[in-house]
Design a protein around this ligand. Structure first.
Ligand SMILES: *[C@@H]1O[C@H](CO)[C@@H](O)[C@H](O)[C@H]1NC(C)=O
Ligand SMILES: *[C@@H]1O[C@H](CO)[C@@H](O)[C@H](O)[C@H]1NC(C)=O
Ligand SMILES: *[C@@H]1O[C@H](CO)[C@@H](O)[C@H](O)[C@H]1NC(C)=O
Length: 223
C-alpha cells in the first residue's frame, strides 16, 4: 500500500481489462478480472474477506473494487483503523494503526503506535501521526471513470482511492494504492471509521529518533 512500486498493474474498466507489465507491454488479464459484479454483492464479499481476516490476492480484489460505489471527501471525514488482506502474517514495521481524514488539507495516512518499553513490544495506548502531521491531502479524484475520495500524498508519488464497503456512521471503505501509475504493494487495504480515538500530535516520533531501534521505512525519509 505504501512503500514500494509494484511491477505490474491490472486495469479493469467495465468489461475490458488489461494487465500492464512494466510500462512497455499490454497483455490480456485473467478472466476473473472480467466479472461484472453488482455493488451489494461486492460489498458482502469484501466484508466476508475482512471478517475472516484472510489473505486475498489483489487479482481477486480488482473486480470487487470496480463494483463498489464511490464516496466524496466530505463523506469520508473521520478517523479509521485499518488492515491489509495479508492474513495477518506481516507485522507492520511502523506498527500501523490506521488513517485520519480530518479535512481536505489535513490528512494523516500513517497513524501508528510507538514501540513499547521493551524491544519488540508495541504501546497500543498511544496513536501518533508517522512520520509527522498532515503529510497528505484529500480530494475527489477520477479513477476508472468514477470520481471518488482520494488521499494524495504530498511528497511521494502515491494516491489512495476509496470505495464504500459499508456505508453509514461506522463507514468501512476499501482503499486502492496507486504508486506512480502502478499498483503499490500491497495494492488494497481496508479502513473502518472509529469513534473516540485520541491522536497524540505532540508525540516526538520515537521510531526515528533516540535509542529505539525500530527499522523505519523509506517513506519517512522521503517525506
Ligand atoms: C531488538 O530485537 C531485534 C530482533 O528481534 C534485534 O535484532 C535487535 O538487536 C534488538 N535490539 C535491542 C536493542 O535489543
Ligand atoms: C515513475 O514512473 C516513471 C515512468 O515509469 C519512472 O521513470 C519514474 O522513475 C517513476 N518515479 C518514481 C518516484 O517511482
Ligand atoms: C542513547 O542512550 C545512551 C546511553 O543510554 C545515552 O547516553 C544517549 O544520550 C542516548 N541517545 C539519545 C539520542 O537519546
Amino acid at each position: 500500500m505504501f512503500f514500494s512500486p509494484s511491477i505490474s498493474a491490472a486495469i479493469c474498466s467495465g468489461i475490458v481489462c488489461f494487465s500492464i507489465v512494466g510500462s512497455t507491454s499490454v497483455v490480456p488479464s485473467p478472466p476473473s478480472c472480467q466479472v461484472n459484479m453488482d455493488g451489494p454483492a461486492a460489498q458482502q464479499q469484501v466484508l466476508r474477506h475482512i471478517s475472516a481476516g484472510e489473505a486475498v490476492p489483489a487479482e481477486a480484489l480488482h473486480p470487487l473494487w470496480s463494483a463498489l460505489p464511490p464516496l466524496s471527501v466530505s463523506e469520508a471525514i473521520g478517523t479509521y483503523r485499518g488492515g491489509y488482506f495479508d492474513g495477518g502474517k506481516k507485522p507492520s514495521p511502523i506498527n500501523w494503526f490506521g488513517k485520519q481524514i480530518a479535512s481536505e488539507n489535513a490528512v494523516n495516512p500513517l497513524l501508528c503506535h510507538p514501540p513499547g518499553p521493551t524491544n519488540g513490544t508495541v504501546n497500543k495506548d498511544v496513536i501518533f501521526p508517522y512520520p509527522r502531521k498532515d503529510i497528505a491531502r484529500a480530494r475527489n479524484v477520477e479513477h476508472q471513470g468514477v470520481v471518488t475520495a482520494t488521499i494524495i500524498y504530498n511528497k511521494v508519488p502515491l494516491m489512495d482511492y476509496f470505495r464504500v464497503v459499508r456505508p453509514g456512521k461506522d463507514l468501512l471503505i476499501l482503499g486502492k494504492s496507486d504508486w506512480n501509475g502502478s499498483l503499490a504493494e500491497p495494492a488494497y487495504f481496508w479502513l473502518e471509521r472509529v469513534e473516540g480515538v485520541e491522536i497524540k500530535f505532540d508525540v516526538t516520533n520515537p521510531m526515528v529518533k533516540g535509542n529505539v531501534t525500530i527499522k523505519h521505512i523509506d517513506f519517512a525519509e522521503k517525506d
